[in-house]
Ligand binder design. Structure first.
Ligand code: ADP
Ligand code: MG
Length: 226
């Protein structure tokens, strides 16, 4: 038990450190990428030099992606704890992913009915929800009848968030690998989204149930005690 506690403290330190580092990396990445884009406009570049610049921009873009999966919302050091019912976070994050859903031709259904409150970190819950919504939308890529359904209810004494998609689905084996660092089946995936989700739900002492059928879709049920 003592080892478990130490392990979870270690994880906390690691994830806080990751958050600070990523946060600090954002500015240099943006500046570098901006200057490379300027350089790329130069008329005197050889095709080879242009190739180097474009490769660098792609790599910077990838670094940016890793950071945004891990903490587009997390602001390290500024703990943002609230005692609330998640409504503000659910609505805010739904609005944030609407454009992403629209370009992927995914319809979004949303319903909220919950009065229970609990303690949580606002930024972390937002990041967690966004990662789950993004995965759901990406699982429905390439079809134009995808539906992402988000439902927040309560089942006393728990708050229950259900996120359902009609996408590619997962096998049992694939489900068991969710949350392992760098596990991704996507060409440009980071494999960090679900790691962040599991970390965030652990922190509120919640649990995640996954139900999925290959070719039919996936349901994530997040159960958070109050
Ligand atoms: P990434 O999205 O960068 O691949 P994640 O950690 O967010 O990394 O997800 C890891 C993997 O879990 C994905 O590559 C995908 O194979 C699988 N996955 C997650 N959510 C879903 C989903 N809703 N439907 C199908 N597969 C999913
Ligand atoms: Mg993801």
């Amino acid at each position: 038990n003592r080892e478990r506690i130490m392990q979870s403290e270690r994880l906390n330190v690691v994830s806080e450190l990751a958050a600070s580092v990523s946060h600090e990396m954002r500015n240099p990445l943006t500046v570098t990428s901006g200057f490379l884009q300027l350089l790329n406009l130069s008329k005197t570049l050889t095709p080879e030099e242009k190739g180097y610049i474009e490769l660098s921009l792609l790599e910077l873009n990838r670094a940016e992606k890793i950071i945004s999966d891990y903490l587009s919302f997390a602001k390290p050091q500024s703990e943002n704890r609230v005692y609330s019912n998640l409504q503000a976070e659910c609505e805010y994050t739904k609005n944030v992913i609407m454009p992403y859903a629209t370009i992927h031709k995914v319809a979004v259904e949303f319903s909220f009915s919950n009065t229970l409150c609990t303690h949580y970190d606002r930024n972390q819950m937002q990041q967690c929800l966004i990662n789950l919504y993004k995965n759901a939308i990406e699982a429905m890529q390439g079809r134009d009848d995808g539906v992402l359904s988000i439902e927040i209810t309560e089942s006393k004494p728990n708050i229950v968030i259900t996120i359902r998609d009609t996408g590619i689905g997962m096998t049992k084996e694939e489900i068991s690998r969710l949350g392992k660092p760098y596990y991704s089946t996507k060409e440009e995936g980071t494999g960090l989204g679900m790691l962040m989700v599991y970390n965030a739900i652990n922190k509120v002492k919640g649990r995640i149930e996954v139900r999925s059928e290959k070719g039919k879709g996936t349901t994530f049920k997040i159960i958070i005690p109050t």
